[in-house]
Structures are given as structure tokens and as C-alpha cells.
Ligand binder design. Structure first.
Ligand SMILES: [Ca+2]
Ligand SMILES: [Ca+2]
Ligand SMILES: [Ca+2]
Length: 178
């Protein structure tokens, strides 16, 4: 077995937090922020938002879903099906998920073998999920879903892609398209 430190950290955090969170998940109901919004409609929007994340179909939006979607993405990107991503395969990741705008190939290739493994891809945090999961318990609660939808309406972005790489790392330069 061959886990990267960040993957282990994520995994153990997930275990600890899901142990804590399993008491009464989603039971605490704060007053909704927009009193003029019909509660039924709000509930519908919340469940639709959570559904968008729910890749493993367990009715919740959790870090597990991110792992599932990352694994699917890996299979999609691995064009030659050798179980590893070369930089040419990895460069398409950012078109599927904006999180990868912040992570160039060298950064994701944690062990420096010039290939990205599925573990290395899974270890890349999902910026949208992180922004929504305000209490960092690896689960988007109904309240957090409301907050995330509110942020989307306000046009807030999780982060600024323009400021992503300033550590002098090699950035994949695309040939200029006309
Ligand atoms: Ca490959
Ligand atoms: Ca690697
Ligand atoms: Ca949360």
C-alpha cells in the first residue's frame, strides 16, 4: 500500500469527523436566512444541490463523493488505460473540474515519478466542496447547502485562479489558440 501523507491525513480526518458527525446529522435546523422564501421550495433546492454532489447515491454530500468522482475522472483521463496519468493526460483535468486549475502536474505528482496515480489525483482537494463545507466536517449539511447557493447567487468564487501558481512552478503553457 502506497498512500501519500495527504491522503492518509484526509482519510483519518474523514474517519474522526464522521464519527463525531454521526450523532444527529442534519437534525439541527437553524432559521433559514431568507424568510420570504417558501420553505418547501427551499428544501427542494437544497436536496437538488446535495444531489449534484452525491456520486455514491447515499443521500448525502460527503468527502466520499469527492473520492468517487475523482476516481471516475481518473478513468476518464487515462486514455491509454495504463493506470497512470502522464502529463498529457492530466492536462485535461482542469476542463472537467476547476479545482485542478490550482494544481499543475508537478504539484499533484507527489512522489515525483512523472506520473499521477489515482491516489495522487484523489488527494487534490475539491475547491467548490471545501468552500461549501464551512465547518470542514466532510459533509455538506442543508444549512451549508443554503449558504453555498447564496454564495453562488452573489457570484462569489471559491478562489481566484489567476493567483494559483506563484511559486515558480512549471506551468503547462498551452499553444496560443487563434
Ligand atoms: Ca495513462
Ligand atoms: Ca506520481
Ligand atoms: Ca459541513
Amino acid at each position: 500500500m502506497h498512500f501519500k501523507p495527504s491522503a492518509i491525513l484526509l482519510l483519518s480526518t474523514t474517519i474522526i469527523l464522521s464519527a463525531c458527525a454521526s450523532k444527529h446529522p442534519g437534525e439541527r435546523r437553524g432559521a433559514p436566512e431568507g424568510p420570504e422564501m417558501d420553505p418547501g421550495r427551499m428544501e427542494q433546492m437544497v436536496s437538488r444541490y446535495i444531489e449534484r454532489w452525491d456520486y455514491n447515491n447515499d443521500g448525502a454530500a460527503t468527502c466520499d463523493d469527492i473520492n468517487v468522482s475523482r476516481s471516475r475522472l481518473f478513468r476518464l483521463l487515462d486514455e491509454d488505460k495504463d493506470g497512470l496519468l502522464a502529463s498529457g493526460e492530466y492536462r485535461h483535468a482542469k476542463f472537467e473540474d476547476k479545482s485542478f486549475l490550482f494544481f499543475d502536474f508537478i504539484r499533484v505528482d507527489a512522489n515525483g515519478d512523472s506520473r499521477v496515480s489515482v491516489e495522487e489525483l484523489v488527494a487534490v482537494p475539491n475547491s467548490q466542496f471545501l468552500a461549501a463545507d464551512k465547518d470542514h466536517d466532510c459533509r455538506i449539511s442543508p444549512q451549508e447547502a443554503v449558504g453555498a447557493m447564496h454564495d453562488m447567487q452573489m457570484g462569489k468564487r471559491p478562489a481566484d485562479p489567476g493567483k494559483a501558481s506563484k511559486r515558480g512552478e512549471r506551468v503547462d503553457r498551452r499553444p496560443r489558440d487563434q
